[in-house]
Design a protein around this ligand. Sequence first.
Ligand code: GNR
Ligand code: NI
Length: 174
Amino acid sequence: MTIKKIICLPDPRLRLVCAPVEKIDDEVRALMDDMLETMYDAPGIGLAAIQIAVPRRVVVMDVSGKDDPPAPMFFVNPEIVWSSEETNVHEEGCLSIPEYYEEVARPARVRARFLDRDGAPREIEAEGLLATCIQHEVDHLNGVLFIDHISRLKRERVLKKFAKAAAKRAEEGM
Ligand code: GNR
Ligand code: NI
């Protein structure tokens, strides 16, 4: 297992629509192991493969409390097949948008269909933090970030800040 580098704004790869996994083999399981180790190291509660620059529809999550035993979850080709009308507001952050947090409204409950680590089809109904996180991660697979769900003013402010920081780093690197 290896801790990989997490790509951040304004990296354009975060806007890619990721490709479905055709076959869950040892290579895909090795990717999931690297993702899990990278997520725990960060630390975070979810990670999409594109965040380590792999444009595939693979997600890992662990929303267990810090005093609970680890509870890793693996999702291949996840799809939201049902969302509640009722919404919930949760403060979100993203490892690819470091140190920025904002409240986001999303469906309070969702049903997700996916393949597990062994390639078996599964469905779960989620609420609370699990529902928020799974929607945040499925968004990543479609090139969508949580800042796309906040006001345009706030979003443009964040994008500008990260673009400016990248430009400054590039200049210093010259
Ligand atoms: O670690 C993370 N915390 C988090 C908090 C609220 C809503 C979503 C998340 S996911 C985030 C890790 C991440 O960037 N996953 O893509
Ligand atoms: Ni994220």
